[in-house]
Design a protein around this ligand. Structure first.
Ligand SMILES: [Zn+2]
Length: 186
């Protein structure tokens, strides 16, 4: 069986299934998506959609706006998986900057209850945001074999990767996927 380890929600779902079929891929691990460049029309539409993503990556949205966006993305993702449960397995997004209790609640409500198999994708924009992952490690260490998926190339730097390694050493029971394997930082 061929499994694609990392895809984001692509709309409509039928197009994504068609792409999987064309590539001979049986299943995909599915992550939520903030932008949907695939449904835009023309260059201006594409620019507007990508601008929304850059705002997210730059941390320019308020904490509340960010939470609401993630909830909407998660609903969209769950819906996608429900239509093709034999083709997708989900990883659920969790906001950074919540307390440990809030994080645990979020993971239970939006990740475990949705039958997702792990947590991510995290795209930390700074070393400070890597440190904020500590709460996530603590929250998932209650579960067995529950992986975190972390984006580890730009904007993550080499010092960010080292901080992440420290967290891995601190929580050896939490499987961590270094997404894009650090890219050029190796
Ligand atoms: Zn990704």
């Amino acid at each position: 069986m061929i499994i694609d380890s990392h895809e984001h929600v692509m709309l409509p779902v039928e197009t994504q299934i068609e792409k999987l079929n064309q590539a001979g891929v049986d299943k995909a691990i599915l992550f939520p998506s903030a932008p949907h460049p695939e449904r835009t029309i023309g260059l201006d539409g594409l620019k507007a959609e990508m601008a929304a993503l850059y705002k997210v990556l730059a941390g320019e949205n308020s904490k509340e706006a960010n939470k609401q966006r993630l909830i909407n993305n998660l609903i969209e993702q769950k819906d996608h998986i429900k239509k093709y449960p034999d083709r997708f397995l989900g990883f659920g997004a969790v906001p950074l900057g919540l307390s440990k209790e809030e994080t645990k609640e979020w993971i239970f409500q939006y990740v475990i209850q949705s039958d997702f198999k792990g947590v991510g994708e995290f795209t930390p924009g700074s070393d400070e945001q890597i440190r904020q992952l500590q709460v996530i490690f603590e929250a998932v260490s209650d579960y067995e074999n529950f992986p975190l998926w972390i984006h580890t190339f730009n904007p993550v730097t080499m010092s960010g990767i080292k901080l992440l390694m420290e967290l891995c050493e601190q929580f050896p029971n939490v499987p961590v996927i270094f997404g894009h394997i650090g890219c050029t930082l190796w």
